[in-house]
Write a protein that binds this ligand. Sequence first.
Ligand code: PXP
Length: 246
Amino acid sequence: MSKLRLGVNIDHVATVRNARGGDTPDPVRAAVMAQEAGADGITAHLREDRRHIGDADIDALMDALVIPLNFEMAATAEMQKIALRHKPHAVCIVPEKREERTTEGGLEVAREENQLAHFIAPLRDAGCRVSIFIAADQRQIEAAHRIGAQIIELHTGAYCDAHARGDFATRDVEIEKMHDMAALALSLGLEVHAGHGLTYDTVKPIATFPEIMELNIGHFLIGESIFRGLQPAIAEMRRLMDEARL
Ligand code: PXP
Protein backbone atom coordinates (compact mmCIF):
# COMPACT_ATOMS: atom_id res chain seq x y z
CA MET A 1 0.00 0.00 0.00
CA SER A 2 1.29 3.50 -0.76
CA LYS A 3 2.59 5.59 2.10
CA LEU A 4 -0.01 7.88 3.62
CA ARG A 5 1.16 11.50 3.64
CA LEU A 6 0.73 13.64 6.73
CA GLY A 7 -0.04 17.31 6.27
CA VAL A 8 0.33 19.29 9.47
CA ASN A 9 -1.99 22.26 9.85
CA ILE A 10 -0.28 25.02 11.84
CA ASP A 11 -3.22 27.48 12.03
CA HIS A 12 -3.65 27.12 15.76
CA VAL A 13 -0.09 28.10 16.56
CA ALA A 14 -1.16 31.42 15.06
CA THR A 15 -4.38 31.35 17.11
CA VAL A 16 -2.29 31.29 20.30
CA ARG A 17 0.05 33.99 18.99
CA ASN A 18 -2.84 36.24 18.05
CA ALA A 19 -4.45 35.87 21.48
CA ARG A 20 -1.74 38.28 22.69
CA GLY A 21 -1.12 40.13 19.47
CA GLY A 22 2.67 39.60 19.51
CA ASP A 23 5.11 37.47 17.53
CA THR A 24 5.10 34.25 19.57
CA PRO A 25 4.52 31.38 19.16
CA ASP A 26 5.62 31.62 15.53
CA PRO A 27 3.65 29.33 13.18
CA VAL A 28 6.51 29.35 10.68
CA ARG A 29 8.88 27.97 13.31
CA ALA A 30 6.26 25.29 14.03
CA ALA A 31 6.03 24.49 10.31
CA VAL A 32 9.80 24.07 10.02
CA MET A 33 9.83 21.86 13.11
CA ALA A 34 6.96 19.80 11.66
CA GLN A 35 8.97 19.44 8.47
CA GLU A 36 11.95 18.17 10.49
CA ALA A 37 9.64 15.75 12.36
CA GLY A 38 8.58 14.07 9.13
CA ALA A 39 5.51 15.99 8.00
CA ASP A 40 5.00 15.57 4.27
CA GLY A 41 3.34 18.93 3.88
CA ILE A 42 2.13 21.98 5.77
CA THR A 43 -1.41 23.28 5.62
CA ALA A 44 -2.33 26.86 6.45
CA HIS A 45 -5.72 28.54 6.09
CA LEU A 46 -5.66 32.26 5.37
CA ARG A 47 -9.13 33.27 6.51
CA GLU A 48 -10.86 36.36 5.28
CA ASP A 49 -10.83 37.76 8.86
CA ARG A 50 -7.15 36.73 9.41
CA ARG A 51 -8.11 35.29 12.80
CA HIS A 52 -5.07 33.01 12.85
CA ILE A 53 -2.72 32.85 9.86
CA GLY A 54 -1.84 36.26 8.38
CA ASP A 55 -0.52 37.36 5.01
CA ALA A 56 3.04 37.67 6.32
CA ASP A 57 2.87 34.05 7.56
CA ILE A 58 2.09 32.86 4.05
CA ASP A 59 5.01 34.90 2.64
CA ALA A 60 7.34 33.39 5.27
CA LEU A 61 6.05 29.83 4.79
CA MET A 62 6.64 30.05 1.06
CA ASP A 63 10.26 31.08 1.76
CA ALA A 64 10.98 28.69 4.62
CA LEU A 65 9.49 25.37 3.53
CA VAL A 66 11.04 22.62 1.46
CA ILE A 67 7.95 20.41 1.73
CA PRO A 68 4.77 21.47 -0.10
CA LEU A 69 2.43 24.14 1.23
CA ASN A 70 -1.27 23.37 1.00
CA PHE A 71 -2.84 26.83 0.99
CA GLU A 72 -6.41 26.68 2.28
CA MET A 73 -8.67 29.44 1.12
CA ALA A 74 -12.24 30.45 0.42
CA ALA A 75 -13.31 30.93 -3.21
CA THR A 76 -12.96 34.72 -3.18
CA ALA A 77 -11.25 37.09 -5.62
CA GLU A 78 -8.91 38.31 -2.85
CA MET A 79 -7.69 34.79 -2.03
CA GLN A 80 -7.35 33.85 -5.68
CA LYS A 81 -5.06 36.86 -6.18
CA ILE A 82 -2.91 35.89 -3.19
CA ALA A 83 -2.68 32.27 -4.37
CA LEU A 84 -1.71 33.35 -7.87
CA ARG A 85 1.03 35.57 -6.44
CA HIS A 86 2.53 32.73 -4.39
CA LYS A 87 1.69 29.72 -6.55
CA PRO A 88 1.78 27.21 -3.67
CA HIS A 89 2.04 23.51 -4.42
CA ALA A 90 -1.67 23.05 -3.66
CA VAL A 91 -4.69 25.18 -2.93
CA CYS A 92 -7.56 23.69 -0.99
CA ILE A 93 -10.85 25.46 -1.53
CA VAL A 94 -12.96 25.49 1.62
CA PRO A 95 -16.28 27.06 2.60
CA GLU A 96 -15.91 29.91 5.04
CA LYS A 97 -18.39 31.63 7.32
CA ARG A 98 -17.34 34.48 9.58
CA GLU A 99 -19.41 33.28 12.50
CA GLU A 100 -18.10 29.68 12.50
CA ARG A 101 -15.41 28.55 14.93
CA THR A 102 -13.88 26.21 12.38
CA THR A 103 -14.66 24.95 8.87
CA GLU A 104 -17.98 23.32 9.70
CA GLY A 105 -18.88 21.51 6.52
CA GLY A 106 -17.74 20.76 3.02
CA LEU A 107 -17.99 23.06 0.05
CA GLU A 108 -21.27 23.12 -1.89
CA VAL A 109 -19.77 22.29 -5.29
CA ALA A 110 -22.83 20.87 -7.05
CA ARG A 111 -24.82 24.12 -6.78
CA GLU A 112 -21.89 26.39 -7.66
CA GLU A 113 -20.40 24.32 -10.43
CA ASN A 114 -19.98 27.01 -13.09
CA GLN A 115 -18.57 29.66 -10.78
CA LEU A 116 -16.16 27.21 -9.18
CA ALA A 117 -14.98 25.86 -12.53
CA HIS A 118 -14.11 29.43 -13.56
CA PHE A 119 -12.57 30.14 -10.19
CA ILE A 120 -10.15 27.21 -10.16
CA ALA A 121 -9.10 27.35 -13.83
CA PRO A 122 -6.46 30.10 -13.36
CA LEU A 123 -5.12 28.33 -10.28
CA ARG A 124 -4.68 25.13 -12.23
CA ASP A 125 -3.14 27.07 -15.12
CA ALA A 126 -0.64 28.58 -12.67
CA GLY A 127 0.47 25.05 -11.70
CA CYS A 128 -1.28 24.73 -8.35
CA ARG A 129 -2.92 21.42 -7.58
CA VAL A 130 -6.53 22.20 -6.79
CA SER A 131 -8.18 20.38 -3.90
CA ILE A 132 -11.82 20.77 -2.89
CA PHE A 133 -12.88 20.20 0.72
CA ILE A 134 -16.19 18.34 0.62
CA ALA A 135 -18.49 16.05 2.54
CA ALA A 136 -18.47 12.34 1.64
CA ASP A 137 -21.35 12.86 -0.77
CA GLN A 138 -21.62 11.40 -4.27
CA ARG A 139 -23.14 14.57 -5.80
CA GLN A 140 -20.34 16.75 -4.49
CA ILE A 141 -17.61 14.34 -5.57
CA GLU A 142 -18.97 14.06 -9.11
CA ALA A 143 -19.29 17.84 -9.29
CA ALA A 144 -15.70 18.29 -8.05
CA HIS A 145 -14.58 15.98 -10.83
CA ARG A 146 -16.59 17.88 -13.46
CA ILE A 147 -15.15 21.27 -12.51
CA GLY A 148 -11.60 19.98 -13.02
CA ALA A 149 -10.31 19.62 -9.46
CA GLN A 150 -7.39 17.20 -9.15
CA ILE A 151 -7.96 16.38 -5.49
CA ILE A 152 -10.83 16.10 -3.05
CA GLU A 153 -10.38 16.30 0.68
CA LEU A 154 -13.11 14.46 2.56
CA HIS A 155 -14.41 16.24 5.67
CA THR A 156 -13.95 13.80 8.57
CA GLY A 157 -15.74 16.05 11.08
CA ALA A 158 -19.02 14.10 11.23
CA TYR A 159 -17.10 10.86 11.87
CA CYS A 160 -14.93 12.42 14.59
CA ASP A 161 -17.90 14.15 16.26
CA ALA A 162 -19.86 10.87 16.38
CA HIS A 163 -16.84 9.14 17.94
CA ALA A 164 -16.42 11.92 20.53
CA ARG A 165 -20.04 11.73 21.69
CA GLY A 166 -19.93 7.92 21.85
CA ASP A 167 -22.45 7.43 19.04
CA PHE A 168 -20.66 4.44 17.58
CA ALA A 169 -23.49 3.42 15.24
CA THR A 170 -23.32 6.80 13.48
CA ARG A 171 -19.53 6.71 13.60
CA ASP A 172 -19.45 3.37 11.79
CA VAL A 173 -21.93 4.58 9.15
CA GLU A 174 -19.71 7.64 8.58
CA ILE A 175 -16.59 5.45 8.24
CA GLU A 176 -18.28 3.25 5.67
CA LYS A 177 -19.57 6.26 3.75
CA MET A 178 -16.09 7.74 3.70
CA HIS A 179 -14.61 4.54 2.33
CA ASP A 180 -17.27 4.20 -0.39
CA MET A 181 -16.87 7.82 -1.41
CA ALA A 182 -13.07 7.61 -1.41
CA ALA A 183 -13.36 4.63 -3.79
CA LEU A 184 -15.79 6.53 -6.03
CA ALA A 185 -13.49 9.56 -6.16
CA LEU A 186 -10.48 7.42 -6.99
CA SER A 187 -12.43 5.67 -9.77
CA LEU A 188 -13.05 9.13 -11.29
CA GLY A 189 -9.31 9.82 -11.26
CA LEU A 190 -9.33 12.15 -8.26
CA GLU A 191 -6.63 12.02 -5.60
CA VAL A 192 -8.26 11.60 -2.20
CA HIS A 193 -7.27 13.37 1.01
CA ALA A 194 -9.13 13.58 4.31
CA GLY A 195 -9.11 15.65 7.46
CA HIS A 196 -10.78 17.64 10.17
CA GLY A 197 -10.97 16.77 13.84
CA LEU A 198 -8.69 13.70 13.60
CA THR A 199 -6.98 12.54 16.78
CA TYR A 200 -4.88 9.56 17.90
CA ASP A 201 -8.18 7.79 18.64
CA THR A 202 -9.83 8.42 15.27
CA VAL A 203 -6.98 8.39 12.77
CA LYS A 204 -6.54 4.65 12.28
CA PRO A 205 -9.80 3.60 10.55
CA ILE A 206 -9.34 6.41 8.02
CA ALA A 207 -5.64 5.65 7.56
CA THR A 208 -6.41 2.06 6.57
CA PHE A 209 -8.25 3.10 3.38
CA PRO A 210 -5.79 2.57 0.51
CA GLU A 211 -7.71 5.10 -1.59
CA ILE A 212 -6.65 7.93 0.73
CA MET A 213 -3.27 9.48 0.00
CA GLU A 214 -3.03 12.26 2.58
CA LEU A 215 -4.42 13.32 5.96
CA ASN A 216 -4.40 16.93 7.10
CA ILE A 217 -4.35 17.29 10.87
CA GLY A 218 -4.00 20.41 12.97
CA HIS A 219 -5.94 21.27 16.10
CA PHE A 220 -5.33 18.01 17.95
CA LEU A 221 -1.60 17.97 17.15
CA ILE A 222 -1.07 21.55 18.28
CA GLY A 223 -2.99 20.84 21.48
CA GLU A 224 -1.08 17.61 22.12
CA SER A 225 2.22 19.43 21.59
CA ILE A 226 1.57 21.34 24.85
CA PHE A 227 1.97 18.05 26.68
CA ARG A 228 4.58 16.14 24.69
CA GLY A 229 6.19 18.69 22.40
CA LEU A 230 5.39 19.29 18.74
CA GLN A 231 7.81 16.83 17.21
CA PRO A 232 6.90 13.87 19.48
CA ALA A 233 3.19 14.66 18.93
CA ILE A 234 3.70 14.49 15.16
CA ALA A 235 5.90 11.39 15.42
CA GLU A 236 3.16 9.55 17.32
CA MET A 237 0.56 10.46 14.67
CA ARG A 238 2.97 9.29 11.98
CA ARG A 239 3.48 6.02 13.84
CA LEU A 240 -0.26 5.37 14.14
CA MET A 241 -0.80 6.16 10.46
CA ASP A 242 2.01 3.82 9.41
CA GLU A 243 0.73 1.09 11.71
CA ALA A 244 -2.77 1.36 10.22
CA ARG A 245 -1.33 1.21 6.73
CA LEU A 246 0.52 -2.07 7.27
N1 PXP B 1 -8.43 20.02 6.32
C1 PXP B 1 -9.15 21.15 6.10
C2 PXP B 1 -9.60 21.42 4.70
C3 PXP B 1 -9.45 22.04 7.14
O1 PXP B 1 -10.16 23.15 6.90
C4 PXP B 1 -8.95 21.76 8.43
C5 PXP B 1 -9.23 22.70 9.55
O2 PXP B 1 -8.67 23.94 9.30
C6 PXP B 1 -8.19 20.61 8.61
C7 PXP B 1 -7.97 19.73 7.54
C8 PXP B 1 -7.59 20.26 9.93
O3 PXP B 1 -8.58 20.08 10.88
P1 PXP B 1 -8.17 19.97 12.40
O4 PXP B 1 -7.49 21.25 12.77
O5 PXP B 1 -9.48 19.77 13.08
O6 PXP B 1 -7.25 18.80 12.52
